[in-house]
Design a binder for this molecule. Structure first.
Ligand code: HEC
Length: 551
């Protein structure tokens, strides 16, 4: 039995090797360092001079990399490399010509500033403290990286002031564009409810930053580079035309056009993946004194795009044929300073003309009838056993336009029946899994990311059964999950610069490394080809990223 298994494994490796060898290469080489010799798992990137598109591959076992000819057209390329602990020696450029592959050997040298390279997950691994203490920082990664926190000099009192300051920022505020909330808007209640005792947290944080020391005295731990199957991937990154664009949700139209929502500006973006050309369509304002930016981007059955316009407390529909917006503004009675309509569901709106909307102020669920313009209020839902209110994040509809509410503040999945309005609460087996966002597939299974427990969850809405899987890297903080038609579920990470693909049948998860710092929200799979291709937005790096596994 054992020999059989080994034979199958060997045959698989051989096949993969043959497939890779058959693709003609445009550029190949080997990556090495004095410390390690030839290095596996290094992400090597090539960007044509003057282009906005960067292509990356990952070195295999002997440190070799190979860019397929289909990915690099002839021209002059600047090369970069990512391997934590190392910098690329020099700034090599390479001439790619058609016909014969170019060669570029890359040398890495030890970095002199390891702290500057650490991802959020690596900071959490490194800093002293218990997991319970560190979980507080999962509230602090959406607007900027942990570098700002660990490199600060705040004492406990200073941190308490910092928490208050942070609670007054719009969710898509960044240090580059620090939008404050409007009116009396404040998000402080959320931070406190998720983090426990504020003074204790502040005390602990002052032991992991630079308030008492000049340099971090704890050892900086790094994640081992990914190897094996994780190296069989091509990553293409498309720069967006302005560094303040935050591509929160990225989805594809039937024609392959890429659409994105911008978390900090009033634009719907469109990108042509063949050329990288971007068009921005301005979204109408409805509350001029309130922050600007959008979150959820969805496509209905007819191919119209729908956007949740956050603190403008409105939603819009965009027809790509006429390039016109239609807008629905929330009724006056819910127009509080905290009114926020980031999330909506339109997947089954063709059945009953109804759109589900979440108002984040009190996690109110609303339903809009687009034929009459009337809103129905479903209020907020509770856990019947404890009377705790659900802290709903993503909302997702099934084939009957029933809606599922992902309880980000605990481990619930609420369901509202479209016809009977009956409410049911399911719970994930893992406590505090913090379901964040997901998607209902063609079989009416709800796939979702477990932000608080580094997992992917699945609720079979027909049977009520749940299943859970873990992603391999601790502190991944996955935001979203989706499944393709070949049986793979994908998720991203707000803290590791890795994406993960789960084989549902075997439970195997393969992670793929990305070429630079990201912060990933929505995940979208284009499964028109096999294997499916992952598209994500680099929310903090103003780019769109395509991940193509080679098998
Ligand atoms: C909603 C967005 C948002 C969240 C969430 C957030 N921050 Fe910030 N943070 C900002 C912005 C914007 C700035 C830049 C402020 C400025 O320069 O005016 C900032 C700056 C900082 C700074 C540097 C301040 C300085 O003096 O330079 C620290 C420290 C910090 N944040 C800590 C935290 C901590 C701790 C958390 C989690 C409790 C957190 N942040 C969560 C938006 C956020």
């Amino acid at each position: 039995m054992r020999t059989n298994l080994m034979l199958t494994a060997a045959a698989f490796v051989l096949q993969a090797g043959v497939a890779a060898a058959q693709t003609p290469a445009a550029l190949t080489g080997q990556v090495s360092s004095a410390e390690e010799g030839n290095m596996e798992g290094v992400v090597v990137s090539a960007k044509k001079q003057g282009s906005t598109i960067t292509v990356s591959v990952v070195t295999g076992k002997d440190g070799r990399y190979s860019f397929p000819a289909s990915k690099l057209e002839p021209g002059n390329y600047t090369m970069t490399a990512r391997a934590v602990g190392y910098d690329l020696d020099g700034a090599p450029t390479t001439m790619v010509a058609s016909g014969k592959p170019a060669q570029a050997a890359l040398k890495l040298k030890k970095t002199r500033d390891l702290a500057a390279q650490l991802t959020n997950a690596e900071w959490l691994m490194s800093m002293p403290g218990t997991d319970e203490q560190k979980k507080f920082l999962l509230n602090c990664n959406s607007c900027h990286s942990y570098q700002r926190i660990v490199n600060s000099a705040y004492d406990p009192k200073g941190f308490v002031e910092i928490f208050k300051l942070m609670a007054g920022f719009y969710p898509g505020a960044t240090p580059e564009r620090p939008q404050r909330l409007g009116g009396n808007g404040n998000r402080g209640d959320r931070l406190e409810s998720r983090g426990g005792n504020v003074e204790k947290v502040a005390e602990w944080l002052s032991t992991v930053n630079l308030s008492k020391v000049k340099k971090h005295e704890y050892a900086l731990k790094t994640l081992p580079r990914l190897t094996g199957k994780s190296t069989q991937v091509v990553v293409t990154e498309y720069d967006l035309p302005n560094p303040i664009i935050q591509p929160h949700d990225v989805i594809l139209g039937a024609d392959g056009m890429v659409w994105y929502s911008d978390f900090g500006q009033m634009f719907l973006g469109k990108m042509d993946p063949k050329t990288g050309k971007v068009t921005q369509y301005p979204i109408p304002m409805s509350k001029p004194d309130f922050p600007v930016g959008t979150l959820n981007l969805e496509m209905d059955k007819a191919g119209n795009l729908w956007v949740g316009v956050m603190y403008q407390a409105s939603i819009v529909k965009f027809d790509p044929k006429t390039e016109k917006f239609q807008q629905w503004v929330m009724p006056k009675e819910w127009q509080t300073d905290n009114a926020q309509t980031g999330h909506l569901a339109v997947g089954s709106t063709h059945l009953d003309n109804k759109v589900w909307i979440k108002n984040s102020d009190q996690s109110h669920i609303l339903r809009l009838d687009i034929s009459t313009g009337k809103f129905e209020d479903f209020g907020n839902q509770q856990d019947p056993t404890t009377s705790r209110k659900l802290g709903t994040y993503g909302i997702h509809s099934d084939s009957k336009n029933n809606i599922y509410l992902l309880d980000f503040s605990n481990n619930g999945i609420g369901k509202l029946d479209a016809k009977t309005k009956a409410y049911t609460l399911y719970k994930t087996p893992t406590p505090m899994s913090r379901p964040r966002r997901g998607r209902v597939d063609a079989q009416d299974r709800l796939w979702f990311a477990e932000y608080g427990s580094d997992g992917i969850g699945m609720l079979d809405t027909k049977t009520g059964e749940m299943q859970e899987w873990k992603v391999p890297t601790k502190w991944s903080a996955p935001y979203d999950a989706a499944v393709d038609k070949y049986g793979y579920a994908w998720t991203g990470s707000m803290s590791t610069d890795r994406v993960a693909r789960l084989d549902i049948k075997t439970g195997e998860v393969v992670e793929y490394p990305l070429p630079r710092s990201t912060n990933i929200r929505r995940v979208y799979i284009d499964d028109r080809t096999n294997p499916g291709v992952l598209w994500v937005g680099n929310n903090h790096g103003a780019s769109i990223v395509k991940v193509e596994p080679l098998n």
